[in-house]
Write a protein that binds this ligand. Structure first.
Ligand code: NAD
Length: 459
């Protein structure tokens, strides 16, 4: 870091204390500038995302650029309404008075982003923090270096650099930043680092939002629409080469429809990526050789009957074929950790209690998907997860009225739309008495028996 973390945070704090970022017009202007930054530089951003992740053009545009710009637009349109004081009813005993909630920006906040959607997972928390009137330090992921360098440069061209700073780098730079006192930290990434962030934040009693991952299951019941289920699972598993926090990690399917689902998944695969997915412009790559080797070792670890499709891995080329593995045992290595790659384990069941029991014995996932005509509510009621979809995948992330966040090992706190505004705001309780009102005799010593009787009556 060229400027020390302490100097940087102190500069942003001076801007915050000047009151500039509280101004609603400033917030709207920064959100417009952020959306413009993304839209004006679409080609350069698409090139950087292709460089870092071999991201197919459509996936990069939809998942990183369009989704981020439209979140910034949504926040800009609504923040005026959200920022208004909210009146609260005052009980008779505390009248005459008015009570209200005032939304205040938290101050100087830190956003630490991962590499898998390196624009979206940086820009959307940034947008939420700006909508709430904060000064913001953004730390892009060093594992997506082309995108990190580009957004950092663009930010200096488009955004108010006295209030919004981008810090590039890896563990060393993040560790230095975490020494500082922030007023909120939103971290997206794995749980091991999530714990490091939470510990560092605790030293300053800084509230945190941890957006983590986990093994998101899909359950396909015997009465499900299998064509639909296969298509929607294929979308969630193989876009961005499976490197999506809410991707389907593995599938539980009723034995009666197991073979048909696997056939349909194979068909989906061929329709989407052709006979050789390696040649397809629409299939991405794994972020680096380390992660490719990790996915290979999960596959090599066995614990399943058959590779029903794919299976090829080229570590140097960071290529893992879209893969379907069947007859997977619940204790197979593939079931031990989040796969975060394009390998789809398929497990059979006879009774829904099997997948439900497995899910409930494990960590709470970030997302859960159920395809069923008759048992969707049984699955939803019998489990918990950050979010869920019935008869679809991943779309729970898009309606701006829905909070996005995990539970248990998949994290805590949430953002998106109003939830992001709430996350980055302090809700201050304000009770206003008219100045002319006489003192409340009941609360004034000496506390007589008469005062107690009256107090018991009015409270
Ligand atoms: P990553 O390696 O890019 O790390 C994330 C950030 O943490 C980076 O900015 C990095 O610099 C920083 N970091 C790494 N090590 C650190 C350390 N020791 N101390 C301080 N900071 C450190 O990303 P990742 O963790 O590999 O991301 C993948 C994980 O993130 C998966 O588990 C995935 O499910 C999860 N994820 C969750 C969401 C969500 O919204 N809930 C979104 C995407 C990814």
């Amino acid at each position: 870091m060229t400027t020390s973390a302490a100097t940087l945070v102190s500069r942003l704090r001076t801007t915050f204390e000047s009151g500039r970022t509280r101004d609603l017009d400033w917030r709207r202007a920064q959100l417009s500038a952020l959306a413009a930054m993304l839209r004006d530089n679409e080609d350069a951003l698409l090139a950087a995302l292709a460089d870092d992740l071999g991201k197919p053009r459509w996936e990069a545009w939809a998942g990183d650029i369009a989704a981020s710009a439209s979140e910034a637009d949504h926040l800009r349109k609504h923040l005026g309404g959200w920022a208004k004081d909210v009146s609260v009813r005052v009980p008779v005993a505390f009248l005459p008075a008015r009570a209200s909630i005032t939304y205040q920006p938290r101050g100087v906040v830190l956003v630490v982003a991962p590499w898998n959607y390196p624009v979206y997972l940086l820009a959307t928390p940034l947008a939420a923090a700006l909508a709430a009137g904060n000064a913001v330090v953004c730390k892009p992921s060093e594992l997506a270096p082309a995108t990190s360098a580009l957004v950092t440069k663009l930010a200096t061209d488009y955004l108010d650099t006295d209030a919004i700073a981008f810090v590039e780098g890896g563990v060393e730079e993040t560790t230095e930043l975490l020494q500082e006192r922030f007023d909120h930290i939103l971290y997206t990434g794995n749980g091991t680092v999530g714990r490091i962030v939470a510990e560092a934040a605790a030293r300053h009693l800084t509230p945190t939002t941890l957006e983590l991952g986990g093994k998101c299951p899909a359950i396909v019941d015997k009465d499900a629409n299998l064509k639909q289920a296969a298509s929607r699972i294929a979308f969630a598993k193989w876009s961005n080469a499976g490197q999506t926090c809410i991707a389907v990690d593995h599938v539980w399917v009723h034995h009666d429809v197991h073979d048909e689902l696997v056939d349909r998944l194979r068909t989906e695969l061929a329709q989407r990526y052709g006979a050789d997915p390696r040649q397809s412009a629409d299939f991405g790559r794994v972020v680096n050789e380390r992660h490719t080797a990790r996915i290979k070792s999960l596959l090599d670890g066995g614990g399943y009957d058959e590779v029903a499709a794919g299976g090829q891995v080229d570590v140097e080329a960071k290529y893992v074929a879209p893969t379907i593995v069947t007859g997977v045992k619940p204790d197979a290595p593939l079931m031990g950790e989040e796969i975060f790659g394009p390998v789809l384990p398929v497990l059979g069941f006879d009774d829904l209690d099997e997948p439900l029991g497995h899910i409930n014995r494990g960590d709470h996932p970030l997302a859960l998907y159920v395809f069923s005509r008759s048992n969707a509510d049984r699955v939803l009621d019998g489990t918990t997860s950050g979010g869920a979809c019935v008869n679809d995948t991943m779309l729970q992330i898009f309606p701006p009225g829905l909070p996005f966040g995990g539970v248990g090992e998949s994290g805590y706190g949430a953002y998106h739309g109003k939830w992001g505004f709430e996350t980055f705001s302090h809700r201050r309780a304000v009770y206003r008495r008219p100045g002319f009102f006489a003192e409340n005799a009941l609360t004034k010593a000496p506390y007589t028996a008469f005062k107690e009787r009256v107090a018991r009556f009015v409270y």
